[in-house]
Design a protein. Structure first.
Length: 263
């Protein structure tokens, strides 16, 4: 039998990397590899209170504490990486992170790129503005609306059936600052963010309109990473049953934000 050339292994490895690149990503780490490493790589925005944000150099927020509890039950430490919302899925696809968090609404369009855990909460979407007259989406005709890139808010606003100006920003902080500076008339956000926004910007009161619709929110993993997703779902059941979820929900929202029937 003829021997393979000495460079065959390197050639095969290169060919594999080319194939992976052609299909748009790298192989995600299964749960066994994550457990061997001992660390769960979590990627999230650093400016999305009360879900995930930094304060005093520490990563905090509802989703950060929740994933930390799930990881602890799985025998893992958490490493938090930061990226804006529109870069999170690429980090999963290219195996730069294991889990993405950003109050991510579970949609059929997103499920073509990544997979989601069971919903970790349900949240209502509202108009946010500095003008009490702007309460509903129908009040925004011919207005300037700001949205963070890569969010469901961006897609929703673009499909509103009336003339408007849409400005897309890189981060939630950029949108908030644009609203405070009156560079935009309104934006959209989750109603449960209201206490955090009021606490962070007490001198710049903003108005949250009534809830327009509600969406389920989950944690995202790379597609077909079923071992990790299943482990997260199992840990979520435990955290919900033993009361830890209720404590976090009350701590950050003063309400039970679990999805109810009909959400």
């Amino acid at each position: 039998m003829p021997r393979l050339p000495a460079f065959s292994v390197a050639t095969v490895a290169l060919a594999c990397s080319v194939v992976l690149a052609a299909f748009g990503g790298a192989q995600a780490r299964p749960l066994s590899a994550i457990r061997a490493d001992g660390t769960l790589r979590v990627i999230a925005p650093a400016d999305l209170p009360p879900f995930s944000f930094t304060a005093g150099g520490a990563d905090i927020g509802f989703e950060i504490e929740l994933i930390s509890s799930l990881a602890a039950d799985m025998g893992l430490k958490v490493q938090v990486l930061h990226a804006p919302s529109n870069e999170l899925f690429d980090a999963l696809i290219n195996d730069r992170a294991d889990v993405a968090l950003a109050a991510l609404a579970i949609t059929s369009t997103r499920e073509q790129k990544v997979d989601f855990t069971q919903p970790t909460m349900c949240a209502g979407v509202s108009v946010i503005s500095a003008d009490p007259k702007l309460q509903l989406h129908t009040d925004l005709e011919n207005k300037t609306i700001g949205v963070p890139a890569g969010t469901i808010m961006e897609s929703y606003v673009r499909h509103l059936p009336f003339p408007k100006t849409v400005r897309v920003y890189g981060t939630v902080s950029d949108v908030t600052l644009a609203l405070i500076a009156h560079q935009i008339d309104a934006t959209f956000g989750y109603a449960v963010m209201k206490p955090s926004v009021e606490r962070l910007y007490p001198k710049y009161p903003v108005v949250f309109g009534p809830v327009l619709y509600s969406v389920p929110i989950g944690m995202a993993t790379a597609q077909d990473n079923s071992t990790l997703r299943s482990a997260l779902n199992i840990a979520m059941i435990k955290v919900t049953r033993d009361g830890r979820y209720d404590k976090l929900s009350q701590k950050y929202f003063s309400a039970d934000v679990r999805c109810k029937r009909g959400n």
